[in-house]
Design a protein around this ligand. Structure first.
Ligand code: CO8
Length: 294
């Protein structure tokens, strides 16, 4: 079967190893139900593997474009590029994750919305409370659910490419981030910055993301992976038990707020997203995505 999450481990067997989870869910690494299911299973395996203490989340450098898609039979590196009108190969900016899959939230029935939302909650809880040291190597656009993945991590490093933006842009789609994701944002960038960024749906380019604190570091694109590995080494020098207890101390109350009312949150999402006005907003947003093509 085609894997949507590639898991690669680095380091010798027996010694502490690091795992890299690479998203590969074309065309835009959206968090479809299948992706979420596979992701959570892979993460659970890593949690249970005593030789793994650190995990890096990154994109398998998806590149695609609005022009003619290159035939799947061509060389691997060409598959992710596109051709311009002259037939020349063009590099397209990368995508970390386009966030929740809009097609899981549009034109489906309430039972589907409920199932999907439960999977989204599960992903967030598992990541936010993970005993592993989690880092995001953000090598592409990271709106909404992409930003969610990143802000559950203990550390974020973003590629210095002004085409990449990160943030919770839900309000631009006519929807509202759930309270627990809002809390995660507040815990990351502070109340005032979150209040403004959430209302405006701000997508921050790297320099601004760094300034507001959505990411911890911005480095040249070709150094994202090596830099993440070297920061990871520093984190792994800390004893696990004290680091884990500290992480729990910082995060437990925020996660408990959701755990206490998961079912109500699911019902709330399913009824909100089913509203005609919300479905209409999503429809318009999807149309806008289609028509921005050149
Ligand atoms: N879900 C499903 N399909 C998507 C998504 C998505 N999130 N994003 C893009 N696509 C589709 C496009 O419609 C397009 O489809 P098609 O080829 O059939 O026309 C295809 O993917 C390729 O997209 P682009 O041509 O736009 O690709 P680009 O490389 O030009 O751009 C981007 C990539 C920057 C990722 C761009 O697609 C984009 O901005 N996408 C939208 C991202 C976004 O706003 N996501 C928000 C999702 S909502 C969310 O995550 C949190 C919701 C919280 C819940 C609220 C509770 C009420």
């Amino acid at each position: 079967a085609n894997k949507r999450v590639l898991v690669e481990t680095e380091g010798a067997a027996g010694a502490t190893r690091i795992a890299v989870m690479k998203f590969r869910n074309p065309p835009v690494n959206s968090l479809s139900l299948d992706f979420l299911t596979e992701f959570v299973i892979s993460l659970e395996k890593l949690e249970n593997d005593k030789s793994i203490r650190g995990v890096i989340l990154t994109s398998d450098s998806l590149k695609r474009g609005n022009q003619t898609k290159v035939a799947a039979t061509e060389k691997t590196e060409e598959k992710r590029a596109t051709r311009d009108h002259g037939g020349r190969l063009q590099e397209r900016p990368g995508i970390f994750s386009a966030g929740l899959d809009l097609l899981e939230m549009y034109g489906r029935n309430p039972a589907h919305y409920a199932e999907y939302w439960k999977a989204v909650q599960e992903l967030w809880l598992r990541l936010y409370l993970s005993s592993l040291t989690l880092m995001s190597a953000i090598n592409g656009a990271s709106p909404a659910g992409g930003c969610l993945l990143a802000i559950t991590c203990d550390y974020r490093i973003m590629a210095d490419n002004p085409k990449y933006t990160i943030g919770l842009n839900e309000s631009l789609l006519g929807i509202v981030a759930p309270f627990w994701l809002k809390d995660n944002y507040v815990n990351t960038i502070g109340h005032r910055a979150a209040e403004r960024a959430l209302q405006l749906g701000t997508l921050f380019p790297p320099a601004e993301a760094l300034k507001v604190g959505v990411v911890d570091e911005v480095v040249p694109e070709d150094q994202v992976h090596s830099k993440t590995l070297s920061v990871m080494a520093k984190w792994l020098a800390i004893p696990d038990h004290s680091r884990q207890l500290t992480k729990t101390m910082m995060r437990k109350a925020t996660a408990d707020n959701l755990i206490k009312q998961r079912e109500a949150d699911i019902q709330n999402f399913a009824s909100f997203i089913s509203r005609d006005s919300i479905q209409k907003s999503l429809h318009m947003y999807l149309e806008k995505l289609k028509h921005k093509k050149g």
